[in-house]
Design a protein around this ligand. Structure first.
Ligand SMILES: NC(=O)C1=CN([C@@H]2O[C@H](COP(=O)(O)OP(=O)(O)OC[C@H]3O[C@@H](n4cnc5c(N)ncnc54)[C@H](OP(=O)(O)O)[C@@H]3O)[C@@H](O)[C@H]2O)C=CC1
Ligand SMILES: O=C(O)C1=N[C@H](C(=O)O)C[C@H](O)C1
Length: 275
């Protein structure tokens, strides 16, 4: 255990702050480099969550090498994230990515990053959502022909809609049913439900951390599967567990499910990881 050196981008953000807190408590993490546009907004000095070093995000490339970083953990915005990930790829540093809302051009960049370094991206780093996804896949397969509606609720600061998790769940349902359903984003006016469409609803309100609900409705019965995140700490711990698992692997794309299946064990060094 121990010895992991991580860089956290977007260190002043909601998730950046959670990652600094979780890193300070994580058994595997020994050194934290914070990269930010706003160094003054990152805890410093004797603050319990203060990182070991802070750099301007424009200096990230050089800093990854000079601070001997093993894994970059990125929860930011797509347009900044692709630059941070290019810097990681150029420095041979593995990357764990939680950012959501990428467009097709961004995703091409992510593909090229995954060719040169170990790369793990997940739209949701909670164990509960991993379990929700398995339950949804089972229900989608078992309840063929039932209408499906997906609803997600998040805090009023969230930019992308629908959430990355909702999009992942929609892909899971398509996969389980063997067809790409039309996605109808909200409904208005004369718009009855048609065929196998899936209604997708994004709500933004207050400080809700993140909720995802999948509704399956047949005639005379309804199944509702719901996950509610109680804090952002669960995402931060999941991402750092993924970082510990990913460090030292071969370049390529990895899945958060592999981290959970391994129970947090990195068989490369046999170290036990916290969950
Ligand atoms: N996969 C998962 O489990 C989860 C994913 N997320 C995703 O993580 C991402 C971040 O979420 P959250 O922390 O709430 O967002 P915030 O808006 O709180 O933080 C984003 C941070 O990104 C940094 N940043 C760098 N460049 C820019 C830019 N051009 N514009 C704006 N910000 C910039 C900023 O940090 P600084 O000023 O320090 O540079 C900013 O604070 C989102 O995509 C969200 O969906 C969120 C929770 C869980
Ligand atoms: O922005 C957030 O807050 C979250 N984003 C992720 C998403 O888009 O699915 C995960 C989580 O729901 C919180």
């Amino acid at each position: 255990m121990g010895g992991l050196r991580v860089a956290i981008t977007g260190a002043s953000g909601r998730m950046g702050g959670e990652l600094l807190t979780a890193a300070a408590d994580h058994d595997d993490v020994d050194y934290v480099l914070a990269a930010t546009r706003t160094p003054e907004a990152v805890p410093s000095g004797d603050a319990p969550d203060a990182p070991d070093a802070v750099v301007a995000d424009s200096d990230l490339g050089d800093a990854l090498e000079s601070h001997d970083i093993d894994v970059l953990v990125d929860f930011t915005v797509p347009e900044a994230s692709v630059d941070y990930l290019r810097a990681a790829a150029d420095s041979g540093v593995a990357a764990v990515v939680g950012t959501t809302g990428y467009d097709d051009d961004h995703l091409e960049t992510l593909d090229s990053v995954a060719e040169s370094v170990p790369f793990l991206r997940a739209s949701n780093f909670s164990r509960g959502v991993a379990a929700l996804r398995r339950a949804v896949e089972a229900a989608a397969g078992a309840l063929s022909g039932y209408d499906v509606e997906v609803t997600e609720t998040h805090h009023n600061g969230k930019r992308d809609a629908p959430s990355g998790t909702a999009l992942t769940i929609l892909d899971d349902i398509d996969e389980a049913r063997g067809e790409a359903a039309e996605r109808v984003h909200g409904r208005e006016g004369d718009q009855p439900r048609e065929g196998t469409e899936i209604g997708v609803h994004a709500r933004r309100a207050g400080d809700v951390t993140g909720e995802h609900e999948v509704l399956f409705a047949g005639n005379e019965e309804v199944v509702e599967l719901t996950h509610r995140a109680g804090s952002r700490g669960i995402f931060a711990v999941g991402a750092l567990d993924a970082a510990a698992w990913l460090a030292g692997r071969s370049p390529g794309r990895y899945d958060f499910g592999e981290v959970l299946d391994a129970g947090g064990e990195n068989e490369d060094d046999g170290a036990s990881r916290s969950q």
